[in-house]
Design a binder for this molecule. Structure first.
Ligand SMILES: [Zn+2]
Length: 487
């Protein structure tokens, strides 16, 4: 799949140690005759895969690809290991949270490299990409590997990964998991411009073909509904199952390709999930395989076809991006920019994350209130706080129920921005000013705020988990009614 410059110089036969290590692969009928099966394993050792995300899905994808002897794994992740990751992200361990006895979280890419070094030290190299995968680096990263495996947790990265894969002629294995459900698909297989059969090329649609972006970058909604594990929760093993399935697809695709020119030779272990979507429901113990619509009519596929037409005669999959690819990526980037990130609850009030002038830190908030936040459970202090301000918690009722500041009102963002707005289900008696629930539900947003801020005498602060939903809420409130602040 890659040009020879991308692959390390390896001997043309397996060592005795490798024959033992990969013996269960070599025994597989699907790997071909005994001599062919050694070639298949050598092929994996010479292959490279770019993995986006070393989280729950990435954990098993990385471990199985490393175990299978895929020679070079590029891991892209800019996060550090957190304790809330460990119920599903089995690539990392509790030791990644500490350096000595001090809380010093380790970078996920470092943790991944260390784990792979334990698993398969001689045959697998991990390249640590401690960066955010974005439009400025997507093409360079994708072009440096044979195949892309997208284990990210947000639609924005999925579009970027798909666009870059289409433009660079790489196949993309994409997966997602949230709650008790997951899905896997293979995109851009075969790839535009590097395959011989036009009929087959028409089959290998991309992520953007399946989930077209509407005008203004608003998502039409993928099968996961744009939800993320950090907002909706996830059953620990589910992303692991999805990552394992993705590693199987990756191995099948690598084995179907020629390393010299990247062109599909068809000698695969079996058919891939190209033109299909595999859905997994852990609650119902079921898998469903859905057919995907054929045809390549999206903007990315059209741009890729245009580039290939202009580069007539060039049949090798490119090892670095050309200027034409960069220009096409820049065009596509503008359509992705407005899509929702991992936890932006609603597309109706998109807020640029650079628009943060109303932010205040927890320490600043505590100083303003002149109280230690831990003292707020004391009844007298709580009353004192409630006379000073109104704190609106815009997280979901479930998240609010898990942990909250007792003087806060839970007003979920989705209710606050609804038309007409849905008032908070529970507000303190003093604030209601003898309004009934029916009267409250008939009120305009401004009137609801007037009630809960005691006739606009109290300043309103907004809180959420990571500062994204509260930024949206403050922007929405400022645009639609009062002057508010957020924490
Ligand atoms: Zn497409």
């Amino acid at each position: 799949m890659s040009s020879s410059s991308l692959t390390p110089n390896l001997p043309e036969s397996l060592t005795a140690g490798q024959v033992v290590r990969y013996s269960r692969h070599l025994l597989l009928q699907k790997f071909g005759s005994p001599s062919r099966s050694q070639d298949a394993q050598l092929h994996l050792l010479k292959s490279s895969v770019l993995i986006l995300g070393a989280g729950g899905i990435g954990s098993t994808a990385i471990l199985y690809l490393a175990g299978a002897g895929v020679g070079r794994l590029g891991v892209v992740d800019s996060d550090v290991v957190e304790i809330g990751n460990l119920h599903r992200q089995i690539l990392h361990g509790s030791s990644s949270l500490l350096a000595g006895k001090k809380y010093t979280p380790e970078k996920k890419v470092r943790s991944a490299a260390m784990r792979v070094a334990h698993l398969n030290p001689d045959d697998v190299e991990v390249i640590e990409h401690d960066v955010v995968f974005d439009a400025t680096n997507a093409l360079d990263l994708v072009c440096a590997y044979d195949l892309v495996v997208d284990c990210s947790d947000n639609p924005r990265t999925r579009y970027l990964a798909s666009d870059a894969a289409v433009l660079c002629g790489r196949t993309l294995v994409s997966g997602a998991a949230v709650g008790t459900e997951g899905q896997v698909a293979v995109y851009n297989f075969p790839s535009i411009g590097f395959e011989t059969s036009p009929e087959r090329i028409a089959l290998g649609g991309c992520y953007r073909c399946l989930y077209p972006l509407k005008g203004g970058g608003v998502l039409s909604g993928d099968a996961m509904g744009g939800a993320s594990c950090s907002d909706a929760g996830v059953l620990g093993p589910v992303p692991g199952i999805i990552g394992a399935l993705m590693s199987v697809e990756a191995i099948k695709i690598l084995l179907s390709r020629s390393l010299s020119d990247g062109v599909c030779k068809g000698q695969s272990v079996g058919p891939t999930l190209s033109n299909q979507l595999l859905m997994y429901d852990a609650a119902e113990c079921g898998f469903v395989k859905l057919g995907r619509p054929t045809g390549r009519k999206c903007q990315a596929c059209c741009l890729a076809a245009e580039i290939c037409l202009k580069s007539k005669g060039v049949q090798k999959v490119p090892s670095e991006p050309t200027e034409r690819m960069r220009t096409a990526m820049a065009k596509l980037f503008y359509t992705v920019e407005g899509t929702r990130g991992p936890s932006c609850g609603t597309s109706s009030c998109y807020v640029s994350l650079t628009n943060r002038q109303w932010d205040i830190s927890p320490a600043e908030y505590a100083a303003l209130m002149n109280v230690k936040l831990s003292e707020g459970k004391d009844g007298d202090i709580m009353i004192k706080l409630m006379k000073k301000h109104v704190l609106i918690d815009v997280r979901s009722p479930r998240q609010f129920g898990m942990c909250n500041l007792p003087w806060a009102i839970n007003w979920p963002l989705v209710d606050l921005v609804a038309t007409p707005p849905i008032p908070p289900k529970y507000i303190y008696k003093d604030m209601k000013k003898n309004k009934t629930a029916k009267e409250m539900s008939a009120m305009l947003l401004t009137d609801v705020l007037e009630v809960i801020t005691n006739g606009c005498k109290l300043p309103a602060y907004v809180v959420c988990r990571r500062g994204i939903a509260s930024a949206k809420a403050v922007t929405f409130l400022r645009q639609n009614c009062i002057k508010g602040k957020k924490k």
